[in-house]
Design a binder for this molecule. Sequence first.
Ligand SMILES: NC(=O)c1ccc[n+]([C@@H]2O[C@H](COP(=O)([O-])OP(=O)(O)OC[C@H]3O[C@@H](n4cnc5c(N)ncnc54)[C@H](OP(=O)(O)O)[C@@H]3O)[C@@H](O)[C@H]2O)c1
Length: 349
Amino acid sequence: MNRKPHVAVVGATGAVGIEMIKTLEKRNFPVGQLALLASARSVGKKLTFRGEEIAVEQLTRNAFGGIDLALFSAGSSISKEFAPLAAKAGCVVIDNSSAFRMDEKVPLVIPEINAADVKLHHGIIANPNCTTAVALMALYPLHQAFFVKRIFASSYQAVSGTGAKAIAELKRQIEQIVNGETITKEVYPHQIAFNVLPHVDSFLPDGYTKEEMKMQNEGRKIMHHPAFRASVTCVRVPVYRAHSVAINAEFEKPVSVEAARAVLNRAPGLKVIDEPAKNEYPQPLFLAEQDDCAVGRIRRDCALENGLAFWVSGDQLLKGAALNAVQIAEELLRERGSVPALERESVAA
Ligand SMILES: NC(=O)c1ccc[n+]([C@@H]2O[C@H](COP(=O)([O-])OP(=O)(O)OC[C@H]3O[C@@H](n4cnc5c(N)ncnc54)[C@H](OP(=O)(O)O)[C@@H]3O)[C@@H](O)[C@H]2O)c1
């Protein structure tokens, strides 16, 4: 089958959806036709792809006829309802939400780490949590060399990780503060401008948040490392775009800064920016809109055996979402050499 895939972006008007469209264009993904789907609120809006305006259509249960590949980023309840329908209608779904990530039948993929898992799909492939994706881009190569036992980490997560409304909230609150007005809150429980919130996603009975546990749970699945342990504190910061994670990792094998740096220098999708004497280290401001993540502040951890401390930053809308999803789609095309939906073994229930 030589036809170029008919692609749908579900959640096309959102923070991730917009990046999906840009990434498909930028990477010259062989899109035959593009359908842009969102809620009834967006019907009539037009978005540009390859210089052409495409009208946004409403997501409905019948929207997937003739579609080969659907990139979902409209939240987990939409994915739970519509992704199985899409798979049943014959297309492969790459889902950005948390809906299917821990489902045994659904591969959870970062192509630089476990690209081969793509071929195990039954109609749905999951994209990992954005903070986990950024962290693993540096942690996995180190794991391959030194075998990671556990990490302690704190994240510094941009507001765009919460979506388009949160970007607007930070902008609005900054303007309100500058104008001496009372701030208004719609997205976060507290002011985010000029503040940090040690609270991302909802709290679990043990005191961690769901977001914090994704690093361990998704990390185990992606790295094929069931004993991996991660104690994480996730923090929302008043940064528009690109997440950062401070990681203290303990390894099985002895590790030196020089050996770690050599490993990280060879890692795909990752830059090493680590010249403290010149004040050079990864900063979210400069990693926004960049495909590669960056690692720096690499040093021996003074409190762990065989430990390393380091700092990773990366654009979570790209490596944590749109770019990773399109890379998975490219992997599908490479694996199957044709339109993926037509080649898979069976369809998700
Ligand atoms: N932001 C990130 O960095 C990031 C990273 C990784 C994964 N994700 C995941 O990606 C998903 C979307 O995140 P986002 O940040 O792009 O959110 P967002 O900016 O709030 O966008 C949400 C999108 O979903 C659409 N939508 C909402 N309700 C809908 C409905 N009933 N029917 C059809 N479409 C509907 C919205 O359409 P309207 O404009 O019409 O409302 C919009 O296109 C979430 O599952 C999130 O967890 C986000």
